[in-house]
Design a binder for this molecule. Structure first.
Ligand SMILES: CC(C)(COP(=O)(O)OP(=O)(O)OC[C@H]1O[C@@H](n2cnc3c(N)ncnc32)[C@H](O)[C@@H]1OP(=O)(O)O)[C@@H](O)C(=O)NCCC(=O)NCCS
Length: 203
């Protein structure tokens, strides 16, 4: 007879929300998750893991940029990842239909539970709600999990820049992706950016 103790563990609960401010321990949790992702080479631009203060200033900065919306994922209530939806600047009338997804990551300890997919789905919903027609993004060639995630959600690769990033002295290619999220919005003039946050779900 085995002495192993087997327990039925409940499924982890993933939620995603758009945040205007990070209160209580949320900022610390976001910084910890960011550091964990960067430590593991998923830098989305960072090569050296910044200290807590620098990261906190970075996230505070993101929160005050009018064109950026910050979406965070929680695993069982704890912030474990983020993605940013970036709107075109007000003067960019010719590309007013196109929003950009930036810097998705999930802390290594929280991966594989659907947080990444839920964040992209929520960002897509938000983009449609705000009147955008397409979502663009670019990504390093070696970020294979994220590439698989985006391709599974219908993003199409339309180009590659062979000189996209330099990591540890090595130049890497990067891929450009796009997805039409609302075909009608491509031919419609978009209203001036509505900076009011849209809340999904019960809130
Ligand atoms: C990409 C990332 C955000 C996915 O987060 P996650 O919460 O683990 O993803 P999910 O559990 O929602 O999985 C969604 C899909 O991602 C892809 N994926 C996730 N982990 C993967 C892995 N280890 N290998 C290949 N594909 C993977 C799959 O397509 C998966 O779909 P499936 O579950 O139907 O197979 C996460 O792996 C990460 O933070 N990577 C490093 C950061 C990064 O590369 N960012 C992109 C550049 S900015």
């Amino acid at each position: 007879m085995s002495n192993a103790l087997q327990r039925e563990l409940p499924e982890a609960v993933v939620t995603v929300e758009i945040v205007d401010a990070l209160e209580g321990g949320d900022m610390n949790d976001l910084c910890d998750a960011t550091r964990a992702a960067i430590d593991e080479n998923a830098g989305f631009g960072w090569l050296v893991t910044p200290g807590h203060d620098r990261l906190e200033r970075y996230w505070q900065g993101v929160l005050v940029v009018p064109e950026r919306s910050l979406l965070v994922a929680r695993l069982d209530g704890v912030i474990c990842g983020a993605v940013q939806l970036v709107e075109p600047t007000r003067h960019n009338e010719a590309q007013s239909f196109a929003a950009t997804l930036l810097a998705i990551f999930v802390a290594p300890w929280a991966r594989g539970h659907g947080a990444g997919r839920s964040m992209v789905e929520m960002a897509e919903k938000l983009a449609v709600e705000r009147g955008f027609g397409t979502l663009n993004l670019d990504i390093r060639e070696n970020q294979l999990s994220a590439i698989s995630l985006y391709e599974s959600l219908g993003f199409t690769r339309w180009g590659t820049n062979p000189h996209y990033a330099r990591v540890d002295g090595k130049v890497l290619a990067g891929h450009y992706y796009s997805k039409v999220v609302n075909i009608a919005a491509l031919s419609e003039e978009r209203d001036a950016p509505n900076l009011q946050r849209v809340i999904f779900g019960d809130g």
